[in-house]
Design a protein around this ligand. Sequence first.
Ligand SMILES: Cc1ncc(C[n+]2csc(CCOP(=O)(O)OP(=O)(O)O)c2C)c(N)n1
Ligand SMILES: [Mg+2]
Length: 319
Amino acid sequence: MDKREALGLYYQMVVIRHVEERSAELYQQGKIGGFLHLYIGQEAVSTGLISCRDPNDRVITAYRDHGVAINCGIPAKVVMAELLGKATGCSKGKGGSMHMADVEKRFYGGHAIVGSHMPLAAGLALGDLYQGNPNVTICMFGDGATNIGYFHEAVNLSKVWNLPVLWVCENNQYGMGTSIERASAVEEMRQKAEGYLIPNSRVDGMNIMEVRKAAGEVLASIREGKGPYFLEVLTYRFRGHSMGDPERYRKAEEVHQWQENDPIGIFRRYLISHEIASEEELNEQDNKAVAEVKEAVDFAESSPEPAPEELYQDVYVDA
Ligand SMILES: Cc1ncc(C[n+]2csc(CCOP(=O)(O)OP(=O)(O)O)c2C)c(N)n1
Ligand SMILES: [Mg+2]
């Protein structure tokens, strides 16, 4: 990885972290409505994964989507405006936290119903296969989603039709307040791919380099026509499921232990120890990220609300 790319990835992770921290504050001030699910702790997953995609590859995810939106190229200020329900947001302020999307950036959302985007991913991949496009659809979902019917329907058909789809399970070890041991019959989510004869593996999601290595290899094999692949990425969310989660289901020590494994810290140490970037250069990126997110908040706060007529726009789309 060259220095420019490395600094760019580090920068994206830090921007995501600050967007999430600032949005938590704005939520507490009552400026963000609805639910808010933060991606803090999981930044290396989508940053690593999406950095390996070809420009036309499609990305779709669940409701923990702010970071994914940023990695797909939606500017932080446009994400922030969407969070605040403003007309300048990527979904014109009508989607909010769980419904970020930008089809031109090949980002298909942001979906609130657990697992519901998985059949959509299969459909996107089927469309590309049918039209002979060399694209891969990257579908991200949680450990909890693997216990849902949608998951099994979509994963099964992806094998039957040999679809160019990369299933990425972000195993952060909890679905709301339920730990995987209490909800899943198998310990490793990738084992569920075995039942559908889909090749699979499990990687450390706190280390962006590991995520990139795995994603680069499997995207190439899917693009060659080898069919779907199931990548389980082991990670952890440092904050509650959504804002206002009293977190009675896990111990503070467990959270602290994982926080010592901060994906940004791990990448920072990697870049310094491999002499790819110096501490000063990384600090410079940190400062730049703080400034960009500050500007993003100012932009969002000063943007207009959607006009009342907007309520009737974008209900149907000509395809
Ligand atoms: C079909 C459906 N059932 C229940 C819910 C309520 N719900 C929202 S998030 C969630 C947990 C999902 O956990 P996981 O897939 O592991 O994702 P994570 O929040 O950990 O990123 C549940 C049960 C929902 N949104 N949709
Ligand atoms: Mg989970």
